[in-house]
Ligand binder design. Sequence first.
Ligand SMILES: *Cc1c(COP(=O)(O)O)cnc(C)c1O
Length: 391
Amino acid sequence: MYNDFQKHLAAELDAIRQAGLYKNERIICSPQGSRIKLEDGREALNFCANNYLGLADNPELMAAARQAMDERGYGMSSVRFICGTQDLHKRLEAAIARFFGTEDTILYAACFDANGGVFEPLLTEQDAIISDTLNHASIIDGVRLCKAQRYRYANADMADLEEQLKKAQAQRFRLIATDGVFSMDGNVCPLDKIYELAQKYNAMVMVDESHSAGVVGRTGRGVTERYGLRGQIEIITGTLGKAFGGAVGGFTTGKREIIELLRQRSRPYLFSNSIPPMIAAAGLKTFEILERDNTLQDRLHENTDYFVSQMKAAGFDLKPTESAICAVMLYDAKLSQEVAAKLADEGIYVTGFYYPVVPKGQARIRVQVSAAHTREQLDKCIAAFRKVLNK
Ligand SMILES: *Cc1c(COP(=O)(O)O)cnc(C)c1O
C-alpha cells in the first residue's frame, strides 16, 4: 500500500516545489533576538520574528521560568480539570483579564487551540458567525468545527459586513469574528465601526489580538485600547507566542459566563495538556513588566514610526500600517523572492510573500519591527533595502 501512497506524496511535494511554494526552514543557533546566529556561524539581523516587544530572550522572563522549574517542576502531566491547575495558572488567567480589562480568562496550549475551541461550544445551527475573509487559519478552522450558519465579509469592508448582518437576522444569536491586526498588510480592523454595526444589528464581537496585543494602543493593550472599547467586546483571543515572550500558550478572555462555559465544553481545553509551570510563571512576569511602565511599548512605537518614515523618505512604497508589520510593496512575485534572497545575503532576514498568500500582483516584503531593534539595526535594514533595490 505505502508504495503507491509514497508516489502520490512525491508528486504532491513536486507540485509544491514547482509552484515555488515549498517552505524551507532557516536554522538558528542562538536565542531568538534582533541579532541571530546561523548554522554556518554567520550572523543576521532579524526582521521576521513576531518578537514585537523583544521579550523572547528577556532575562527577567528567563529567571522567572527557571525559578518556576525549580519550585514547581517541569510538566503537569494532566489536563487542567483533573490535576493540571497550579496557582500559577490561575494567577496568569487573572493577569491577562486585568491587562485586557475583561472579566475572566481561560488558557490554552496555543491560540490555534483557543480559536479552534471557541465557537463550537457557544453557538449552534440556530446561530450565525460573520467572519472577515482574511481571518487567520485557526479562526477559519474553528468556524468550520461549529454548526452555526456562516457568513463572510471582504476584509475590513463595513458595507459588506452590514449586508451580511442583515442576512444573519434570520438566526438567533450573531457573532462577528475578526483579527485585530491582519498579518499581511499590518492594518488594524476597524473595531469602532464593527462595534457600531454589532450594536445596530444585535450581534456580539470576537477579536483575535495575536498580532495586536502588546503592539496596538498607547500601552499595547490592543485594538480595544486603540478604539476606547476596553471591556466592551465579548470575546478576545490571543497568544503568548508573539509579543508576550514568544514561547507557547494561548488564551480566550472576555465575558464571565462565556469563559465559564468554555471551561466545561471547549474540546482543546478539556482534552489537551496544561501549559508547563515555567510558561505560566514567565507569562506572569511578562504582564508584570508591561504593567510596571510603558518602556517597551514606547520603544516599539518609536522604532516602527522611524522605520516607516525613513523607508518612505527613501522612496519605498509601504502599505499604511498601524502595527509593527510593515509591507514593502514590490508587486512582482519573482522580484519579491529575489529581493528577500539578496537581503538575506546582506544579513537581513525578512520574508517575501506573493500569490496565493497575498492577492495576485500584490507581492511584497514583510518587515516586522521589534522594541529590541536598535536605531543602528534599523538603519542597516534600510540601507540594505536601498542597496538591493538601487534607491
Ligand atoms: C499567530 C496567530 C495565531 C496562532 O497562535 P499560536 O499561539 O502560535 O497558536 C492565531 N491567530 C492569529 C491571528 C495569529 O496571528
